[in-house]
Design a protein around this ligand. Structure first.
Ligand code: MN3
Length: 384
């Protein structure tokens, strides 16, 4: 039985929402935490490092490296820095599993490093599969490495696949909360503020993913993530808006039977399932009361209003470099929105314009992805 007791794990992005909840799960089940990484938050990273007695930490921002090193000088913790340090921790020989919950494209190389080192990956960094899905899945197959989805929708699909034959799957139903602006018209979206965009009705998350949820880009990224994780054609994925976030997604089989996974909207369930698969043991979350909810609703998404969603789907249908370009353009546009440089509505305008402004090319190696990432970001900066 996979009890987690003594199982060696490193967590990339340990100070974020997924990272802190993952550490709660690790503490509950007695995991042995080897390495932790953060981008900026050295205060929390230091606390976590001391509490879990880790051997390695890495800080993304090089300006904070010296201070962190000084603060941890009385411990034996090895302090690393930047992408190089992130990859060093991802590929540590001692790791039995690596949980990747960093935000954005920067998570891709550590994922490839962990897989390259033969380590199973619990994946919460969706940009990894959006930008590099083909490379990542190919390497995982070659190395015989398992990728356990942490994203709640993909965990739900993964759970619905258990005990059934993959070749008898017809399609998947990917549920979307609809975000804070569901039901608004394109005209109304022109007026929304940053504060409104940062307020998600069901989930507490970091600012990047919260904005992605408001534009529905998050669902577009998850569409692409699902395509790679479960080896689907785009027309096998249906997006359904489900405001209550109780049905976390579903799978339809050849006999038209639909199996869904449900639960309260709490990431600790999918995190724990990824870390303790295939065990189902006590988890520190509330029970689901269907009668308290009373009504569950399902609606079609508004593709015309939420341009990011349609763009992401078109990008994966076109294939090649497009998903990576669209993802990087989105990262840059969200950054600009969070710095008050563009309006909410412009995120979708910028992201969708990428498709008309770049030629198709194949992705055959990591360098191709880096190049696409760079040109997409330059393109967005030039337009702002
Ligand atoms: Mn999700």
């Amino acid at each position: 039985m996979n009890t987690g007791e003594g199982k060696k794990i490193s967590i990339l992005g340990s100070t974020g929402s997924i990272g802190t909840q993952s550490l709660e799960i690790c503490e509950k089940h007695g995991f042995s935490v080897i390495g932790l990484t953060a981008n900026e938050n050295i205060g929390l990273l230091e606390k976590q490092a001391r509490k879990f007695g880790v051997k390695y930490v890495c800080i993304g921002n090089p300006e904070k490296y010296k201070l962190l090193k000084k603060n941890l000088a009385d411990t034996g913790v090895k302090v690393l820095c930047g992408e190089e340090g992130l990859c060093e921790i991802a590929g540590l020989d001692e790791n039995e599993i690596v949980l990747n919950s960093v935000v954005g494209m920067v998570g891709l190389l550590p994922t490839l490093t962990a897989i390259g080192a033969g380590k199973d990956v619990a994946l919460a960094n969706k940009e990894t599969l959006v930008a590099g899905g083909e490379l990542v899945m190919k390497l995982a197959r070659e190395k015989g490495v398992k990728i356990y989805p942490v994203d709640s929708e993909h965990s739900a699909i993964f759970q619905c696949l258990q005990g059934n034959r993959r070749e008898q799957l017809k399609k998947i139903i990917l549920t979307a909360s609809g975000g804070p602006f569901f039901g608004k018209t394109y005209e109304e979206l022109k007026q929304v503020t940053k504060q409104q965009a940062l307020h998600h009705p069901n989930w507490e998350m970091g600012s990047k993913i919260t904005i992605d949820s408001a534009t529905l880009m998050n669902k577009g990224l998850e569409f692409i993530e699902a395509k790679w994780l479960f080896d689907l054609e785009p027309d096998q994925i249906e997006i359904v808006v489900h405001r209550q976030s109780v049905v976390h997604s579903a799978v339809e089989y050849m006999d038209n039977s639909v199996i869904a996974q449900m639960g309260v909207p709490d990431m600790k369930i999918p995190i724990q399932y990824a870390l303790l698969y295939p065990e189902r043991v006590e988890c520190p979350v509330g029970e689901l009361s269907l009668t308290d909810y009373g009504t569950l609703t399902f609606e079609k998404p508004d593709f015309g209003t939420f341009k990011c969603l349609e763009t992401a789907i078109t990008a994966i249908e076109a294939g090649g470099v497009y998903p990576c370009l669209v993802n990087s353009a989105n990262e840059e546009a969200v950054k600009a929105f969070l710095c008050d440089k563009i309006k909410f509505i412009q995120i979708g305008e910028i992201v969708s314009s990428v498709l008309e402004n770049f030629e198709f090319s194949e992705i055959t190696c990591y360098e191709d992805i880096k190049r696409a990432d760079r040109v997409a970001r330059e393109y967005v900066r030039d337009r702002i």
